[in-house]
Write a protein that binds this ligand. Structure first.
Ligand code: FAD
Length: 242
């Protein structure tokens, strides 16, 4: 389906960290967005400030985003994060081929910063399916590796912790530049340091695991080459970078 334009109205804004915001919009019609897709957003009524944002959750007429406000950028992220409740924004959808494969293969999600956004949609959607529709994964479940710089950059940890009460989900948070001591489930590593040959082989013990990666181009490139080096076939690796 070719992208079509609609208008979204800002309904709610929550500050998740010192520079990351969760924005909830509503549209006049239901949007059928596949987990992983993004919308092209006219952040400030200026074609030069149109930016892509992954949908972090969609239900009925509600659409959520997780956006990092970058004061050093050209202005798109600041414009969208600074919108006030009731602001109306033009968007184009559907966009993107980085989508969740609806199958029962085990899945590993690797995301840094707001690269968590599309992965959050994929994870929440899969967990709901597993709980409500008894969507069973083959020999394993889902694992999320979340990379940030410091502890203050972590968001949605309570939800991750709650999800991890289920036997089929676990997660690890990597804080690459944190100097203070870290709580349970955190490591003072970069995500790539967690991807040892042993860990990758454990994650792929059935030989069927799919890997979904989203974050900075440098991280995505490094993780893809590591997966390739340790024998994961390209067909099992899906990625988005920004
Ligand atoms: C398919 C796609 C989906 C995206 N989804 C999201 C999303 O869900 N959340 C989100 O915050 N951004 C997302 N982005 C990035 C977004 O489109 C903008 O590039 C970003 O908000 C910066 O816009 P700007 O005008 O403020 O700065 P720009 O002047 O456009 O960029 C400034 C610099 O910031 C870097 N940058 C861009 N995005 C990020 C980021 N998230 N974290 C750290 N550095 C970044 C760029 O590499 C660039 O060097 C996505 C990009 C693409 C292509």
């Amino acid at each position: 389906m070719p992208p079509v334009s609609i208008f979204l109205t800002l309904q709610n804004k929550k500050q998740l960290t010192h520079d990351v915001f969760e924005l909830e919009y509503t549209s006049s019609e239901s949007l059928h967005i596949t987990p992983g897709q993004f919308l092209l957003c006219d952040t400030a009524g200026d074609p030069k400030l149109r930016r892509s944002y992954s949908v972090s959750w969609a239900a009925g007429t509600s659409v959520f985003f997780i956006i990092k406000r970058l004061p050093e950028g050209k202005g798109g992220s600041m414009a969208i994060c600074d919108q006030t409740i009731g602001h109306t924004m033009q968007v184009w959808w559907p966009m993107g081929r980085f989508i969740l494969q609806e199958n029962t293969f085990p899945k590993v999600f690797i995301g840094t910063g707001t690269g968590f956004a599309p992965l959050y949609f994929m994870l929440k959607y899969s967990l709901k399916k597993m709980n409500n529709e008894k969507w069973i994964m083959n020999n394993g479940g889902m694992f999320f590796l979340f990379g940030v710089r410091e502890l203050r950059d972590v968001f949605y940890q309570e939800e991750l912790q709650q999800w991890s009460q289920e036997s089929f989900f676990d997660y690890q948070i990597c804080c690459s530049r944190e100097s203070s001591s870290l709580p349970d489930k955190h490591r003072e590593w970069r995500v790539t340091e967690c991807l040892t040959p042993e860990n990758i082989s454990e994650m792929n013990k059935t030989g069927e695991t799919e890997f979904y990666i989203c974050g900075s181009p440098a991280m995505v490139t490094e993780v893809r080459s590591m997966l390739e080096l340790y024998g994961i076939s390209k067909e099992k690796v899906f990625f988005e970078q920004y």
